[in-house]
Design a protein around this ligand. Structure first.
Ligand code: SF4
Length: 667
């Protein structure tokens, strides 16, 4: 008997819930004579299906990767295959020709196990429905070993009732292609529950009519993350963490799944931050990156424990990152409906704390994304119930706190899942439920975040003005981030017109989507009527001062504040006093920072043989065209200073290389 585990790495840093239990499956396989082989492939996930009908991802290995896979599978005689993803037909053929009789299981996310209604029957590879159960009393209960032993056809009644995380994990794995070797795909330190928000709905007046159906619901009204825990009650959290790290340290370099990046699934591990890191430090885990998913109030509560351990983490060279924390919405009405219970005051306290820690321990504590001075916050700006007043509250509150002038937060919509309390609420009211989204822009956020949208329930805005506001803003945002060639809106007639208006406006005076949002909202509040194009044309024509007190924040250039930009500024000062030979034609004018549609940019101004050139350096992974590219940056030439001269290009190339190096040293 041979167990084959296939893990496909996503290209972006995200939680791979389907691979959560792989170390434990591998460990159980090894201790039960299945001689497991765990193969990893990188850069292979592609969306499949039209986004309007729900998007799913498949592993689509290249021809070369298929050859590698076929060669590795030769003679392996796998009898049981667990894959983290659905496979392309070609990949499936490779598997089938190497192991025609093997049982195949595509791992679901925990959410998929719990929402049986979201499973497409047509998809034969979503075979987990027969293998797993969401019911804690069932032998096939997902977090326990019984289902896997049964699936393998192995009898072990002692282990069957234990949780998977109680089995001995095994982290031995092979990186099959280059992309897998270079990937930073993290592994998850398992146990407990992702979220500790156990707030019920019974005291929330929004849910009075649907309470009987959701009496057992815990947490936010759109979320199913607070499901049954993945470890037994009363689990010794530091002990569980220690067992996993001990196993990680056992696997030899070059044969291990670990990349030095670890995500803690268990909120209790975050709440016992200092104790968990005592374990990590005591075991001598090599310097690594540790990711957590707390709520804002969890961070505030754990502040003392965090502060206590930061100096020792700095010494050990460890880095701590906090993944997106949900504010969801600054409007009290929307926040109550989300059952979120996070206040603006808590947000401000968190910003203040994280800035303090980031400043004191810049190499350890990195909650900030893309050089921003804000942690990464989750926002859901649009729901079926959103009013213009809610939008005003959010734009004012977000821009007062320095949210970017463009980005996901400005077009983030509620992804409504079947059977969630918000879904029941939507069904209770007339005019929300829909067969399809009236505006396909509603799933642009999921599309650009590389999320699957297969099980999302379509809905309509109650307020038609908000529907128009959203339709304009999502297209303006897409135009700012991806330009006219935005693949999602290809063929969308509204996008073509709105993109042209926005692009023309931002060519003549750099106007951010946030600035447009303020102006557009002002028009709508004053009852201005017109088609979407007319409204946008009017909005971009509006003078900035009428748009609201905070808009100026959205497009302002700042003195450098991020370490990266400060490193650039320091380099400029050095170069100005002592210019290397290959940069003699350059004069160094200045370095600033500015929010741009694709994140914060370092704006570099130089003069080449007397001609001024302005470049925005954005993160190398940012979408959109660029003039030059280095390891860390894409350099985008300002439209006002175009260049086609090869000698200018050469000088800028040399400069970009230097900036890249000095910023890497500063990071
Ligand atoms: S949205 Fe976040 S805070 Fe709310 S229940 Fe889900 S995981 Fe918990």
């Amino acid at each position: 008997m041979r167990l084959l585990i296939l893990e496909f790495f996503p290209t972006v840093l995200c939680r791979n819930e389907k691979a959560f239990f792989f170390p434990f499956l591998s460990g159980i396989g090894r201790s039960h004579g299945c001689d497991p082989v765990w193969l990893c492939l990188g850069e292979t996930l592609r969306p499949d299906g039209a986004e309007s009908s729900g998007r799913i991802f498949r592993a689509v290995p290249t021809a070369l990767d298929l050859k590698l896979l076929a060669a590795r599978l030769k003679g392996l005689k796998a009898t049981h295959i667990v894959s983290s993803e659905l496979l392309s037909p070609a990949a499936l053929r490779v598997l089938r020709s190497a192991a025609p009789q093997a049982k195949l299981l595509v791992m679901p996310t925990p959410q998929e196990v719990h929402s049986a209604s979201s499973m497409p029957r047509r998809c034969a590879m979503r075979s987990h429905a027969d293998a797993l159960s969401p019911e804690p009393e069932h032998r096939k209960f997902f977090p326990k070993c019984g289902w896997f032993l049964d699936w393998l056809g192995v009898r072990d009644e002692t282990l069957a009732g234990s949780y998977l995380v109680e089995a001995e994990p095994d982290y031995r794995a092979e990186m099959l292609n280059e992309a897998a070797r270079f990937s930073q795909a993290h592994i998850t330190i398992m146990g407990g529950s992702l979220c500790g928000n156990l707030r019920t709905l019974d005291r929330n007046p929004c849910f009075a009519k649907v309470l009987s159906k959701h009496a057992d619901h815990r947490g936010c009204a759109f979320c199913g993350s607070t499901m049954h825990p993945f470890s037994p009650p009363g689990q010794d959290v530091p002990g569980l963490v220690e067992r996993q790290f001990r196993a990680i340290l056992k696997s030899r370099k070059g044969q291990s799944r670990t990349k030095g990046v670890y995500e803690f699934f268990d909120i209790h591990a975050f709440r016992r931050f200092d104790e968990v890191f005592e374990v990590v430090l005591r075991l001598g885990v090599p310097s690594g990156v540790f990711l957590f998913n707390p709520r804002i109030d969890d961070v505030l509560t754990a502040a003392d424990r965090i502060e206590k351990v930061l100096p020792r983490l700095a010494k050990a060279g460890h880095e701590v990152r906090i993944l997106s924390m949900g504010i969801e919405n600054f409007s009290p009405a929307e926040n109550l409906r989300f059952n979120k219970d996070i206040s603006p005051a808590q947000v401000d306290r968190l910003i203040e704390l994280t800035r303090r820690w980031g400043k004191a321990y810049p190499k350890v504590f990195r909650p900030f994304k893309g050089g921003s001075s804000l942690p990464e916050f989750g926002v859901i700006l649009y729901t079926p119930w959103t009013t213009l007043k809610d939008l005003r509250i959010n734009l004012e509150a977000a821009s007062a706190r320095g949210f970017g002038g463009a980005g996901y937060w400005l077009y983030s919509t509620l992804l409504m899942y079947p059977d969630s309390p918000l879904h029941s609420l939507a069904l209770e009211e007339k005019g929300i439920a829909a067969k399809r989204f009236p505006d396909r822009g509603a799933v642009y956020g999921a599309f650009s975040n590389e999320e699957e949208s297969r099980s999302v329930v379509p809905w309509k805005f109650k307020d038609t003005k908000v529907a128009d506001f959203f339709a304009i803003m999502v297209r303006v945002s897409a135009a700012a981030m991806e330009g006219a060639g935005c693949p999602f809106f290809k063929g969308d007639r509204e996008f073509r017109g709105l993109e042209r208006i926005y692009t023309e406006a931002s060519e003549s005076c750099r106007v951010t989507p946030l600035a447009v949002a303020f102006r557009l909202l002002g028009l709508m509040e004053r009852g201005t009527r017109g088609s979407k194009e007319e409204l946008l044309r009017e909005a971009v024509r509006e003078p900035a001062q009428s748009a609201g007190p905070s808009e100026e924040h959205a497009g302002r250039r700042f003195a450098p504040s991020s370490p990266t930009a400060r490193a650039g500024e320091k380099l400029f000062r050095k170069l100005a006093s002592r210019t290397p030979r290959d940069l003699r034609s350059l004069k160094f004018c200045g370095v600033q920072e500015t929010p741009t549609p694709v994140g914060r940019a370092i704006c570099v101004s130089v003069s080449v043989a007397g001609r001024r050139l302005d470049l925005d350096l954005v993160d190398a992974s940012a979408p959109g065209p660029y003039f030059l590219r280095s390891r860390r940056f894409k350099a985008v030439l300002s439209r006002t200073t175009p260049s086609s001269d090869p000698s200018e290009r050469k000088a800028l190339e040399a400069l970009l290389l230097l900036i890249d190096k000095s910023c890497a040293a500063a990071a």
